[in-house]
Design a protein around this ligand. Structure first.
Ligand SMILES: Cc1cc2nc3c(=O)[nH]c(=O)nc-3n(C[C@H](O)[C@H](O)[C@H](O)COP(=O)(O)OP(=O)(O)OC[C@H]3O[C@@H](n4cnc5c(N)ncnc54)[C@H](O)[C@@H]3O)c2cc1C
Length: 474
């Protein structure tokens, strides 16, 4: 394929490096455009490819009990350069995979620079890619340079490209106590596609509410970096602790207002405040805490939010946050193979698609590279089963998340780490050898094991179905 037109990858971070590697390994010429060191970002410190801008951890490496550990395993089985370099340069970190950041980045840089199919262009792409570039993967990350971000914003519509994420915590539906909480939409309004019972409601009495407000005010917060503090975000997404600081009644008149809802467990008692959780994915396994974006530290969020009646045992698929971040409204804009519907020669990868994290960004880069390679060869890759970690993540980004137009919010898609809530539920609850249904921690362990076993089997099937047989090649 050396005579064919090159595929252009913009951004040599976690996603772009992995995408370029997948293409090059399939025999496609690639031009990898990386603007550093000519132009820097507010977070990168070096000119190395795949630089880790903050922590040096790829998180849990447990492929049987953790969704990101499973993602590691799937990426290794698909020949990931990022995982190969991570494994080669790991440092002791218990059950996590942590790496020596400099050795890791240098090893990725060397591998790509030495690959005969890769041309490394140290330049900024400062507008939409030229029309002559037939196939492009945009992997410019959360700190995409302003000129390119402006061009993408003009193409997609400004509402579709965010510069800040305001993440409300997301809770696993099966960890919410419906003996205290209940399903109901405010005033039983059905709304588009709704039933009138679309929200989970958690009631607080006056004493619980006052204690909750005080805990928000006293809770330890994460600070903004200097360059984050200057990015405007306050319209419509104030952190809850900032609202609490404005006055004890503010939240009761905002996201925690108790009107239009009746507690079926005790209809005679009027709640002082109500926390609402809204379905977050099409599978109905995840619910987000409406209006609860926060800069509280993660451990504080868990401690404080578990004081809310019904959430005492809540398991969080992700915790809240506010960060500088450039990302698309992907469920609306991208097709199932990560192409921009409005301009399919442009494919997106990495954090700009609305995944979150080093590993997830590299994983989406891996699949973007494989989709682009197949397309250049005149083939279409069948979709990855949603039962795999890679498939679950892509399905969420390209359509699994459900929008919340009824909240008056123009968009509700927020960046997401891989987690078991993105996987379809098991057909059967796990049972022990005697056939008895399990409960508690034993059930949780076996459930994760069953989900990861199913993922491994389904990924193996997908690999078999997509690997050209040697006979067919003859
Ligand atoms: C400050 C900060 C801290 C983070 N900390 C963590 C963490 O601890 N753990 C974690 O898992 N995730 C973290 N993330 C989230 C995220 O997973 C990482 O940012 C990850 O690097 C994203 O991978 P990516 O490939 O999408 O983008 P990046 O790794 O940022 O790569 C994008 C690349 O594109 C280049 N580029 C940008 N614009 C252009 C252009 N116009 N032309 C050419 N090149 C361009 C950049 O120089 C960069 O090299 C953090 C994010 C930020 C912003």
């Amino acid at each position: 394929m050396s005579g064919s037109a090159p595929i252009h990858v913009i951004g040599g971070g976690l996603a772009g490096s992995e995408a370029a590697w997948q293409l090059a390994e399939r025999g496609h010429p690639v031009v990898l455009h990386e603007m550093r060191p000519r132009r820097g970002t507010d977070a990168h410190q070096t000119d190395g490819l795949a630089e880790l801008v903050c922590s040096n951890s790829f998180r849990s490496d447990d492929a049987n009990g953790n969704a990101v550990g499973l993602l590691h395993q799937e990426m290794r089985s698909l020949g990931s350069l990022i995982m190969r370099a991570g494994d080669a340069h790991q440092v002791p970190a218990g059950g996590a995979l942590a790496v020596d950041r400099d050795d890791f980045s240098q090893s990725v840089t060397r591998a790509l620079a030495a690959h005969p199919n890769v041309t490394l262009a140290r330049e900024e792409v400062d507008g939409l890619p030229p029309a002559a570039w037939e196939r492009v993967i945009v992997a410019t990350g959360p700190l995409t340079s302003p000129a390119l971000a402006a061009a993408i914003g003009a193409l997609t519509g400004t509402q579709s490209l965010a510069f800040f994420d305001a993440i409300a915590p997301i809770v696993h539906r099966d960890s919410i106590d419906l003996g205290k909480a209940w399903f109901q939409s405010r005033y039983d309004k059905a709304g588009p596609g709704g039933t009138g019972a679309d929200y989970i409601n958690c009631p607080l009495d006056r004493e619980q509410y006052d204690a909750f407000i005080q805990a928000l005010i006293d809770g330890e917060k994460a600070s903004f970096k200097e360059w984050e503090a200057t990015t405007p975000y306050f319209d419509g997404c104030l952190p809850i602790e900032v609202m609490a600081e404005r006055g004890p009644e503010t939240l009761r008149h905002g996201p925690m207002k108790p009107v239009g809802l009746t507690n079926p467990h005790d209809p005679t008692v009027k709640a002082c405040a109500i926390v609402q959780l809204r379905q977050d994915n099409a599978l109905g396994t995840l619910y987000n805490m409406v209006g609860f974006q926060t800069k509280l530290r993660h451990a504080e969020q868990v401690r404080i939010f578990r004081t809310i009646p019904g959430l005492e045992n809540a398991e969080f698929a992700r915790l809240g946050g506010l960060h500088r971040n450039t990302y698309l409204d992907s469920p609306r804009l991208l097709d199932a193979t990560l192409r921009l519907k409005a301009e399919p020669r442009l494919r997106f990868a990495g954090q700009i698609t609305g995944c979150e994290g080093y590993v997830e960004s590299a994983a989406i880069g891996l699949m973007a590279g494989r989709f682009a390679a197949a397309e250049a060869e005149g083939r279409t890759l069948p979709p990855l089963p949603q039962t795999t970690a890679l498939g679950a993540l892509i399905a969420h980004i390209t359509g699994g998340h459900i929008a919340a137009e009824d909240q008056g919010a123009p968009r509700s898609f927020q960046p997401m780490n891989v987690n078991f809530g993105l996987f379809p539920p098991l057909a059967q609850a796990p049972r022990n050898e005697t056939g008895r249904r399990l409960r508690g921690p034993e059930k949780a362990v076996l459930k994760k094991r069953a989900i990861t076993d199913r993922a491994r089997a389904d990924l193996a099937g997908w690999i078999d179905a997509t690997t050209p047989s040697p006979l067919a090649a003859e």
